[in-house]
Design a protein around this ligand. Structure first.
Ligand code: NAP
Ligand code: GDD
Length: 319
C-alpha cells in the first residue's frame, strides 16, 4: 500500500486529490491546522478514511513530525494562503505560508524521508503581466501580487531542492481550476452562488470588480489527476496544466445567468472596491508537454463547469 501525505486537504484541490488517492488504494495522511471551528465540508464523505495529523506549514517542527508519522512515498504540498486579493492586506503571512512554507515542507522531507516524491502547487499567477501568450514552461515569470511573488519563490525553491539534493521534486504550474467545492470568495463560485441565490429570490444583485480579466479555467477534478501523474514519471519535472482556452469574467457571468434564464445586465453592479491594486489581465496556458508526456487531458468544458457549479449551488441552497 503506497502512502501519501497531503497538505491543504480541507481545501478544494486537497479534497479531490485525497479521493483520487483513496480510490487508488493509498493510505492517505492529511495535515490539518488548528482553527477555532473546523471545516470539513469538502471532505465530509472521506473524513473517516483519512489519517489526520495536526500541523501548520509555518511550523517546521510539526512538519518534521508529520513526515515521521506518515513515512510517505509521495508528498503533495497544496496548503497555501491562496486568495490573491487577500495577499495585499496580508503580504507577510502570505509569504510565510505560501513562500517559506514550501521550504519548511521540503526541509521536513529532506531531513526525514529524502526519497519521498514531492509535488508543489505552483500557479499561473506567476506569469502575472504576461510576457508571451500562450504561456508555457519556459515563459518568464512577472508576478503581480504578493501571492504571485510567493508562488515564484515556492516554484524556484522546489526546482532548487531537486537540483541541490537530487530530490524527486516536481512543480505543477496549474492554471485556474474550479468546482462546486471552490471557496465562495473566488470569482467563479461567487458568481454561481449569487446567481443561484438570485434565481431563488434570496438576493437581487451581484457586485463584481474587473469584468474584462481573462482566465484559462478548468475543472479541479481533472487537474488533481495531473498532480498524481507527475509523481509517477521516471524523472521529476515541471508541467503546465491548463485547458488552452481563455474566457473573460463577463463571459463567465453571461453563461451562469443565461443558464437560469436571466439577463446578467439586470443584476451585476461594478464595485470599484473589488478592483485589485495590480491585475493579471490575461492567462492562457499551453499544456502540450503534459498532454504528450503525462497523457493528461481535460474532460470538462468551461460551459459544463459553470453549469455544474450553478446546479450544485441551487441544490445546496434549496436544502
Ligand atoms: P484552497 O481551497 O484555498 O485550500 C487551501 C488549503 O491550505 C486549505 O486546506 C487550508 O486549510 C490550507 N492552509 C492554509 N494555510 C495553511 C497553513 N498555514 N498550514 C496548513 N494548511 C494551511 O486552495 P485550492 O484552490 O485547493 O488550491 C490548492 C493549492 O493550489 C494552493 O497552494 C493554491 O495556491 C494552488 N493553486 C490553486 C489554483 C486554483 O485555481 N485553485 C491554481 C494554481 C495553484 P484551512 O481549511 O484550515 O483554511
Ligand atoms: N475574486 C473575485 N471577486 N475576482 C473578481 C471579482 C470579484 O468580485 N470581480 C472580478 N474578478 C476578477 C479578478 O480581478 C481576477 O482577474 C479574476 O476575476 C479571477 O479572480 P479569482 O477567482 O479570485 O482568481 P485568481 O485568478 O485571482 O486566482 C486563482 O487562480 C490562481 C491561478 O491563476 C486562485 O485560485 C489562486 O490561488 C491561483 O493560483
Amino acid at each position: 500500500m503506497k502512502r501519501a501525505l497531503i497538505t491543504g486537504v480541507t481545501g478544494q484541490d486537497g479534497s479531490y486529490l485525497a479521493e483520487l488517492l483513496l480510490e487508488k488504494g493509498y493510505k492517505v495522511f492529511a495535515l490539518r491546522r488548528r482553527t477555532s471551528t473546523q471545516n470539513y465540508e469538502n471532505v465530509e464523505n472521506i473524513k473517516d478514511k483519512l489519517q489526520w495529523i495536526d500541523g501548520d506549514l509555518t511550523d517546521l517542527a510539526s512538519l518534521i513530525t508529520a513526515v515521521q508519522i506518515a513515512q510517505p512515498d509521495e508528498v503533495y504540498n497544496l496548503a497555501a494562503q491562496s486568495f490573491v486579493a487577500t495577499s495585499w492586506p496580508q503580504p507577510i503571512s502570505t509569504g510565510q505560508i505560501t513562500a517559506l512554507g514550501v521550504t519548511n515542507m521540503l526541509e521536513a522531507v529532506r531531513i526525514v524521508k529524502p526519497d519521498a516524491r514531492f509535488y508543489q502547487a505552483s500557479s499561473s499567477e506567476m506569469f502575472g503581466k504576461v510576457v508571451e501568450t500562450p504561456q508555457n514552461e519556459k515563459t518568464p515569470f512577472y508576478p503581480r501580487s504578493p501571492y504571485g511573488v510567493s508562488k515564484v519563490y515556492g516554484h524556484w525553491i522546489t526546482v532548487n531542492y531537486r537540483e541541490s539534493f537530487n530530490m524527486f521534486a516536481c512543480s505543477g504550474i496549474l492554471f485556474n481550476h474550479e468546482s462546486p467545492r471552490r471557496g465562495l470568495e473566488f470569482v467563479t463560485r461567487k458568481v454561481t452562488n449569487t446567481v443561484a441565490k438570485i434565481k431563488l429570490g434570496l438576493v437581487d444583485e451581484l457586485r463584481l470588480g474587473n469584468l474584462d480579466a481573462r482566465r484559462d479555467w478548468g475543472f479541479a477534478g481533472d487537474y488533481v489527476k495531473a498532480m498524481w501523474l507527475m509523481l509517477q514519471q521516471n524523472t521529476p519535472d515541471d508541467y503546465i496544466i491548463s485547458t488552452g482556452e481563455t474566457h473573460s469574467v463577463e463571459e463567465l457571468v453571461n453563461i451562469a445567468f443565461s443558464y437560469v434564464g436571466l439577463d446578467w445586465r439586470n443584476y451585476v453592479i461594478i464595485d470599484r472596491n473589488l478592483i485589485r491594486p495590480a491585475e493579471v489581465d490575461l492567462l492562457l496556458g499551453d499544456c502540450t508537454k503534459a498532454k504528450e508526456k503525462l497523457a493528461w487531458k481535460t474532460e470538462v468544458s468551461f460551459k459544463e463547469l459553470i453549469q455544474m457549479m450553478v446546479d450544485a449551488d441551487l441544490e445546496k441552497l434549496k436544502k
